[in-house]
Design a protein around this ligand. Structure first.
Ligand code: ADP
Ligand code: MG
Length: 409
């Protein structure tokens, strides 16, 4: 198996925006290499899908975690019942001493007993296959802090000594393994690149930037953070973002660890809570293939894995009627993601993608041709009931997104 040399990847017309006609026109955040920094600075471009290609494909899953020790000790009543086979969730609510059962249906439901492997095999394997076919896909974890977003996306543990993934490994390490297993079994040249971004208070941080530069950035208040900018053609660029080319799954695990450690350092430094920041881990794959006519074709697919900020940071009324809470409490990107979803569902003419960096970055996975999967996470306990209902409502709204060709900003 040959890895594609960097020069070849640079000739990819989606990434480099060259005029070569053989590339398939998929597009979300495609890399545009600009070798201005020695460690490989890049820009990203989100190429806009044409109206004809638009067809929303949103899969919404619900995952309920088991009771934690605290809830168990407190004998917290269980208010959620999951029916994995029927893809249904019921929530018991007591209103004015009357018991009301509310029923929600999703594409898939994973109850407290579900394993990381179950969720991955049933929901994520087909998505990664799409990426390997040259599509751009995004998986979001959405829910209240402490309900299992990071557990679902990252889990604990990477590869064990015998090369197997531990049972607790989440979506990201499993996706990495599937990608490399597939690439290595195919007779094709390929390259794999990753980026790892954090978005906090509308400020982007590169979690893969070399340590000395991140320290510099924190000490030097005048140093500008990564810049997100329009390219004038409907796309979005992230100027100054570190992009790492990798040749094996273990290299990616190493980068994940490096990025997560940096996230924690930055947290201490800036006194912020990771529950209020979004992280976006992206894997871009180029595969060189020969057509039956003997022509060379390069497939370019991208997988965005997004661990969203805790949903308790958005005001429920704000998400619905657009009124914001006090400045300090708002998580603009999460709020806007909710508004974008509502606007798509209600077929509003104006979709407010531009109102937050998250929706600008991921614009083409909401309302575009690309495939989107939202994993909504909840606790089974009565103590989280209010937030659970908010998560279920949000996820349920997302489920009803329909295609509307003329949808635009
Ligand atoms: P979040 O990222 O949503 O704040 P975490 O992923 O950190 O939440 O999960 C909180 C705790 O619950 C962690 O200790 C995690 O290991 C545990 N947990 C979450 N989901 C599950 C699950 N499905 N099975 C077992 N433990 C879980
Ligand atoms: Mg988390």
């Amino acid at each position: 198996m040959n890895k594609l040399p960097r020069e070849f990847v640079k000739s990819c017309d989606t990434c480099a925006r060259s005029k070569a006609p053989k590339h398939r026109p998929f597009g979300l955040l495609q890399p545009l290499p600009i070798p201005s920094r020695p460690w490989g600075t890049i820009e990203w471009i989100s190429s806009r899908t044409s109206d004809k290609e638009k067809g929303v494909n949103v899969q919404v899953l619900l995952r309920c975690r088991p009771f934690n020790d605290e809830e168990r000790k407190a004998n917290a009543p269980q208010v959620i019942s999951c029916y994995d086979q029927r893809r249904e969730v019921t929530v018991i609510q007591n209103i004015a001493s009357k018991q009301i059962d509310r029923l929600f249906t999703f594409d898939k439901v994973f109850g407290p007993q579900s394993l990381q492997k179950d969720l991955y095999d049933q929901a994520v394997v087909p998505i990664v296959n799409e990426v390997l076919e040259g599509f751009n896909c995004t998986i979001f974890a959405y829910g209240q802090t402490g309900t299992g977003k990071t557990y679902t996306m990252e889990g604990s543990g990477r590869k064990t000594k015998n090369g197997e993934l531990p049972a607790d490994a989440g979506v990201i390490p499993r996706a990495v393994q599937q990608i490399f297993d597939t690439l290595e079994s195919q007779n094709a040249e390929y390259s794999v690149k990753v980026t790892y971004l954090e978005l906090y208070n509308e400020e982007l941080t590169d979690l893969l930037a070399p340590e000395e530069f991140s320290k510099l950035a924190m000490d030097d208040k005048s140093k500008k953070p990564l810049a997100l900018m329009e390219d004038g053609k409907g796309g979005v660029l992230v100027r100054g973002l570190e992009e790492e080319m990798v040749t094996s799954a273990s290299e990616i695990y190493h980068l994940l660890d490096r990025g997560s450690a940096k996230r924690q350092t930055a947290e201490t430094f800036l006194n912020k809570q990771s529950s209020r920041s979004h992280s976006i881990f992206s894997i871009t794959i180029h595969i060189k293939e020969a057509t039956p006519e003997g022509e060379e074709l390069m497939k370019c697919g991208k997988l965005n894995l997004v661990d969203l900020a805790g949903s308790e940071n958005i005001s429920r009324s704000g998400a619905k009627d657009g009124r914001a809470r006090e400045a300090g409490e708002i998580n603009k990107s999460l709020l806007t993601l909710g508004r974008v979803i509502t606007a798509l569902v209600e077929h509003l003419g104006h979709i407010p993608y531009r109102d937050s960096k998250l929706t600008r970055l991921l614009r083409d996975s909401l309302g575009g041709r690309t495939k989107t999967c939202i994993i909504a996470t909840v606790s089974p306990s009565v103590h989280c009931l209010e937030e659970t209902l908010s998560t279920l409502d949000y996820a349920h709204r997302a489920k009803n997104i329909k295609n509307k060709p003329e949808v635009n900003q």
